[in-house]
Write a protein that binds this ligand. Structure first.
Ligand code: CP
Length: 332
């Protein structure tokens, strides 16, 4: 296999209807392709809940998790996903790598590529860095979050979580609330939710609302209660202070007053509206513990569970052609 061209996805015919070599973002995927990944994930929910939890589907294949930013959920669930599929999984974090000695992203990618991994899972603080890296390596690349650009597996696990509770995403009203400016989760979710027929409302203070958000298909609100009126899903986002240079909100106390989710604001949504948060949560900043821990309405724990299944589906689908070629070469 040769390195990809400059297009985000180089096409490889797949019998399952996912025609891309990498998963770099939700933008560019069709509703059918998203549906293929969600349907495949369902089987992995069942497998992960079974006693054995494991299959040998990816035996002999190597997954490298390359994280240039911190992560609890994404890194751990990709590790679990790879191991449950029988792959060899290597975790590399910047703190222990030669990047600390000045090695560039591309040199790091080329070095890892020389070890013949089959999948690279990459998180990087710069938007576009994962796509750049994907153009330099021979294997499939999964974007585990690049700057404020995309976090495709988060949007897929969010969609799977909603679909399992509501049956379908079509026609649902989803309010995405908080630091939308810095949020790759918001961007991937807007692409996915609109592709599957949901209506998206973006809610943020003016300082945290990106100018291009309407062009992505979201309706803009600055008043949280108005935005939540009649909503089916309330998706909260963390204030990403690590990406902020300067002051975007007067204080976290005032931010919570206007934009934090509590029982009072939630009352504006539908009585059975569900609460989501990608994590990590800042309790008392964007969400109150009473609603975050509501066992009837909060999907936050379910989101984490779906993360493993979705990541198993992504690893499965991106190595399908390789596994077929290996089986044919081995006479399997
Ligand atoms: N939601 C999410 O990406 O969490 P982590 O940063 O813990 O991976």
């Amino acid at each position: 296999m040769s390195p990809s061209s400059s297009t985000p996805f180089s096409s490889v015919p797949s019998p399952l209807g996912y025609g891309h070599r990498h998963l770099l973002g939700i933008e560019g995927l069709t509703a059918d392709e998203i549906g293929v990944l969600l349907d495949l994930s369902e089987g992995y929910v069942a497998l992960s809940r079974s006693q054995s939890k494991k299959t040998a589907l990816m035996r002999g294949l190597t997954v490298i998790n390359l994280f240039f930013e911190t992560s609890t959920r994404t890194r751990t669930s990709f590790e679990l996903a790879g191991k449950r599929l029988g792959a060899d999984v290597i975790n590399m974090s910047v703190a222990w790598s030669a990047i600390k000695k000045g090695e560039t992203l591309i040199d790091t990618a080329m070095t890892l590529n020389a070890m013949h991994p089959d999948v690279l899972v990459v998180r990087h603080p710069d938007s576009g860095a994962v796509k750049l890296l994907s153009e330099k390596v021979n294997c499939a690349v999964i974007n585990a979050g690049d700057g404020s650009h995309e976090h495709p597996t988060q949007a897929l696990l969010d969609a799977l979580t909603i679909r399992r509770r509501r049956g379908s995403l079509a026609g649902l009203v989803v309010a995405i609330c908080g630091d939308i400016l810095h949020s790759r989760v918001a961007r991937s979710n807007i692409h996915l939710l609109t592709a599957l027929g949901a209506k998206v409302r973006a809610v943020a203070p003016p300082t945290l609302m990106p100018t291009e958000i309407e062009s992505l298909g979201a309706e803009v609100f600055f008043d949280m209660r108005r935005a939540l009126e009649g909503c089916d899903i309330v998706m909260m986002l963390r204030l990403q202070t690590e990406r902020m240079h300067g002051s975007y909100v007067p204080s976290t106390r005032e931010y919570f007053h206007f934009y934090g989710l509590d029982r009072d604001k939630l009352a504006a949504a539908k009585p059975d509206a569900l609460i989501m948060h990608p994590g990590p949560m800042n309790r008392g900043v964007e969400i109150d513990s009473e609603v975050a821990d509501d066992i009837d309405r909060s999907l936050i724990r379910a989101q984490v569970e779906m993360g493993v299944a979705v990541r198993m589906a992504c690893l499965d689908i991106l190595t399908r052609d390789l596994r077929r070629d290996n089986a044919q070469a081995g006479g399997g």
